[in-house]
Design a binder for this molecule. Structure first.
Ligand code: UTP
Length: 291
C-alpha cells in the first residue's frame, strides 16, 4: 500500500518579472484567469485530488496570497446585508478549513529547488505534491487527480509531462524516457533547459509533481544548475535509480500563465469553456478577427 498523498507545496516566491509592471505590487499568482486568481485554481485542483495540508513558499510582497484564503468578515457581512446570496455562497464554498494552510518564507528567490527545500519541515517523511500556480491545465479530470490515480497504483514519483516543440526544449525540464505503456512513461533521466540538439526527448515536465520526501536530501546539497539557480529538476534526476519515477502524458491542455502569450491563451480557452461566457466570447472573437 502506498502512503496516501495529503500534502502539497505551492511555490509562489518568484519575482514574476515577465509580468512587470503588473507584478510590481501584486503577486503574479493573484493574476486572474477570467474571474479567479491563479493561486485559487491550484488550490481547488489540489483539494479535488485529496490534498488536505498546504504549504505556500512565499517571499516579500506576497501577503495578498495569504489574505486571499482568509475569511473577509466585512465583505461577507455587507453581502449578507445586501442579500447577495450567490456571491456569499461562492466565498463560503471556497473557504479553507482552519489550519490547513501554512507558509514558509524564501527570503531570496534562489530557484524552484531552493523554494521546495524551504518547505522541508512541512514535507517531513511524507510524499507531497507540488503545483506551480502559473501552469494551468484545462482538462476533463483535474491534472493532479490524474497523477494521484497513477501514484495510487505505482507509488514512487509521478510527474506530468507534455510534448513541446523541439526548438523550445531550452525553456523546460526535459525527460529521458525508458519503457512506455500508453500514456505512462518510465523516466530514466531529467535535464533542465537542454539545447534542442542535446535534449533527450521533446517531453517536458509541467508544473504538477508528486514526489517522495527523499528529494529534500538532494536539494540540501544546494547545487546550482541552469541559470545559476537551485533546480528542482537536478534533485529529481538524482532520485532516478533509487526510487521509481513515472511520467504521465496527462489528458488536457496546459497553459503557461507565467508567459504573456500563454496567459492570454488561457483567458480565451477558459472563458470559451464557461457556459455563461463561452457563446459571447466565441461571437466576439469571430467578429473581431474577421473585421
Ligand atoms: P518562474 O520560473 O516562472 O519564475 O517560476 P518567476 O520568478 O515566477 O517569473 P519570471 O520568470 O521572473 O517572470 C516558476 C514557479 O516557481 C516559483 C515561482 O513563484 C513560480 O510559481 N519560484 C521560482 C519560487 O517560489 N522561488 C524561486 O526562487 C523561483
Amino acid at each position: 500500500m502506498v502512503k496516501p498523498l495529503r500534502k502539497a507545496v505551492l511555490p509562489v516566491a518568484g519575482l514574476g518579472t515577465r509580468f512587470l509592471p503588473a507584478t510590481k505590487a501584486m503577486p503574479k499568482e493573484m493574476l486572474p484567469v477570467v474571474d479567479k486568481p491563479l493561486i485559487q485554481y491550484a488550490v481547488d485542483e489540489a483539494r479535488a485530488a485529496g490534498i488536505e495540508q498546504f504549504c505556500m513558499v512565499t517571499g516579500r510582497g506576497k501577503t495578498a496570497l495569504i489574505d486571499h484564503f482568509d475569511i473577509a468578515f466585512e465583505l461577507e457581512a455587507t453581502l449578507a446585508e445586501r442579500n447577495k446570496r450567490e456571491a456569499l455562497e461562492l466565498l463560503r464554498e471556497e473557504a479553507m478549513p482552519p489550519g490547513s494552510i501554512t507558509t514558509v518564507r524564501q527570503q531570496v528567490p534562489l530557484g524552484l529547488g531552493h523554494a521546495i527545500w524551504c518547505a522541508r519541515t512541512f514535507i517531513g517523511d511524507d510524499p507531497f505534491a507540488i503545483l506551480l500556480p502559473d501552469d494551468l491545465v484545462l482538462s476533463n479530470t483535474p491534472c493532479l487527480t490524474q497523477l494521484v490515480n497513477v501514484y495510487n497504483e505505482t507509488g514512487g514519483n509521478v510527474v506530468a509531462v507534455s510534448e513541446v516543440p523541439r526548438e523550445q526544449t531550452n525553456r523546460y525540464g526535459i525527460v529521458k524516457i525508458g519503457e512506455t505503456h500508453g500514456d505512462r512513461v518510465e523516466v530514466t533521466g531529467l535535464v533542465e533547459k537542454p539545447a534542442p540538439e542535446n535534449a533527450p526527448s521533446n517531453l517536458s515536465v509541467i508544473g504538477r509533481y508528486i514526489l517522495l520526501p527523499e528529494v529534500v536530501k538532494f536539494l540540501s546539497l544546494m547545487e546550482r544548475g541552469a541559470g545559476n539557480e537551485v533546480q528542482l529538476t537536478d534533485a529529481m534526476a538524482k532520485m532516478i535509480g533509487h526510487t521509481p519515477f513515472h511520467g504521465l502524458k496527462f489528458e488536457g491542455k496546459r497553459f503557461d500563465c507565467g508567459d504573456k502569450i500563454g496567459f492570454l491563451e488561457a483567458q480565451i480557452a477558459f472563458s470559451l469553456a464557461r457556459p455563461d461566457l463561452g457563446p459571447a466570447v466565441r461571437a466576439f472573437l469571430k467578429n473581431y478577427v474577421n473585421s
